[in-house]
Design a protein around this ligand. Structure first.
Ligand SMILES: NC(=O)c1ccc[n+]([C@@H]2O[C@H](COP(=O)([O-])OP(=O)(O)OC[C@H]3O[C@@H](n4cnc5c(N)ncnc54)[C@H](O)[C@@H]3O)[C@@H](O)[C@H]2O)c1
Length: 434
């Protein structure tokens, strides 16, 4: 099948490359000329494990190409996916749909023959209806269907998630569209991946409900962690104790500095706004948003407390800046609240991240010193804070780190170390909920 993917970001590029790997003919289209030029040179503009091999393998095989020319990419396509950003709209917390609607207009002008237009971006209930209205207005004669196919991949494991998903959700209103979607995902169908067909509005809501549920799970265990700290319980054991219950499940029960990233913060907020707009407020998610926002700032106080009540004039080594390991994505990362918070309280920051430093330089205060690795970051520091649990920080040479530091204080916001072991090495160790 011929597929056009509008938006070659974290979702569009991975989805496009995976569809090409399934054997489809894929064109990725992006308005960002630098990104397309880089891809045409064989350079991958983002860090995602395995993506370079997948993209370039399919490019050389002639199944995957890149262009900024939407007309060229869309003409003759059986399916056109919209995978552009839907960030939080300034001022009111709703999803900003301007990129989606701009893409819809462009597709309408460029499509030829029967085309299924698919929203893969995370979009509020009713967006596919609006996309249909836009396309119909621009092309009253157009032969097309609009479908919703939300994406559930996780950055850092995106390729595997796309190729071996728990389920594929498709919202469609007509059999023609369903048939095209079935053909596109047939390679997964053979693996017995459930292909769940719903109406478009249901499909749109499934994505927000899934993200809000996961964000709620994280926030729940974070608050239990706070209670553990007050009561002498251990949150890791609580997680295990409840997670082994099949009704609850083990995943997303890791206490930490609060959820971040390109999806949960904006999607929980957008769901809250949609629910209010429709007169069916979801109070539990409203609370999750509020608790999580406050939590990131509370981590600043946690570090200050571990440093004896003040970080004024002190040097803090920060390990990990991205919102999670195995990505260079800095969007809404907890570090964006914690690091400026520490600087505002007088701290000097020496930071390291295996993939995020380039992007961090645009987003964090200029005064930060970026370092070559964890031991370099630790040089002369009064404390080390682990914000992101990169593998490179999981087995630090603690005596070496201690030697680099001015004071042996380790604040582990991801609970990757064993408290007794770190204490044995002579550190003051502070973690979350233990
Ligand atoms: N990142 C994730 O892990 C993830 C997971 C699931 C769903 N999503 C959703 O997928 C969507 C895309 O997210 P992302 O992280 O890939 O965003 P991104 O910012 O990485 O990529 C979006 C791309 O779209 C391009 N673009 C914008 N307008 C365009 C237009 N009119 N024509 C062509 N290209 C255009 C941008 O230049 C950019 O390269 C969002 O709705 C997001 O919520 C993201």
């Amino acid at each position: 099948m011929k597929v056009a993917m509008i938006g070659a970001g974290y979702v569009g590029l991975v989805s496009g490359a995976c569809f090409a790997d399934f054997g489809h003919q894929v064109v990725c289209i992006d308005t960002n000329t630098a990104k397309i030029e880089a891809l045409n040179r064989g350079e991958i503009p983002i860090y995602e494990p395995g993506l370079d091999v997948l993209v370039n393998g399919n490019r050389f095989a002639g199944r995957l190409s890149f262009t900024t020319d939407i007309a060229e990419g869309v003409a003759g396509a059986d399916a056109v996916f919209i995978a552009v950003g839907t960030p939080t709209r300034r001022g009111d917390g709703h999803a900003d749909l301007s990129y989606v609607y701009a893409a819809a207009e462009d597709i309408a002008r460029a499509m030829t023959g029967y085309t299924v237009i698919v929203t893969k971006s995370t979009v509020p209930v009713g967006t596919a209806d609006e996309v249909e209205r836009i396309v119909r207005r621009v092309r009253p004669d157009g032969d097309f269907s609009v479908a919703s196919n939300p994406e559930f991949l996780r950055e850092g494991a995106a390729i595997d998630d796309f190729k071996r998903p728990d389920r594929v959700v498709v919202g469609a209103e007509d059999e023609r569209a369903r048939e095209v979607m079935r053909k596109l995902y047939r390679p997964l169908y053979l693996n017995e991946t459930p292909l769940l067909f719903t109406n478009r509005r249901t499909s749109e809501l499934i994505k927000y409900a899934a993200n809000a549920f996961l964000a709620t799970k994280i926030t729940f265990i974070n608050e239990i962690a706070d209670l553990c700290e007050k009561t002498g319980a251990n949150v890791q054991d609580v997680s295990r104790g409840i997670g082994l219950d099949g009704r609850i499940g083990k995943k997303f029960l890791h206490a930490g500095p609060g959820y971040g990233g390109s999806c949960f913060p904006k999607d929980t907020l957008a769901l809250v706004r949609t629910a209010q707009q429709f007169g069916a407020p979801i109070h539990i998610v409203e609370t999750v948003v509020e608790v999580n926002t406050k939590r990131k700032l509370k981590m600043v106080d946690k570090v200050i407390e571990a440093c004896g009540g003040s970080v004024d004039g002190k040097t803090i080594a920060v390990l990990g800046l991205t919102f999670k390991p195995e990505t260079d994505d800095m969007r809404d990362a907890p570090s964006l609240d914690i690091v400026p918070g520490l600087i505002a309280r007088g701290a000097r920051i020496r930071a390291h991240d295996p993939q995020g430093m380039k992007e961090a330089k645009h987003l964090l205060p200029e005064s930060i010193t970026y370092c070559d690795g964890p031991y370099d970051a630790g040089k002369g520091a009064d404390a080390v804070v682990i914000i992101t649990e990169w593998n490179a920080y999981r087995a630090l040479d603690l005596p070496r780190l201690k030697q680099a530091l001015k004071a042996p204080v380790l604040i582990d916001l991801r609970n990757i170390y064993e408290p007794a072991e770190v204490a044995r090495q002579g550190f003051t160790y502070v973690s979350v909920g233990r």
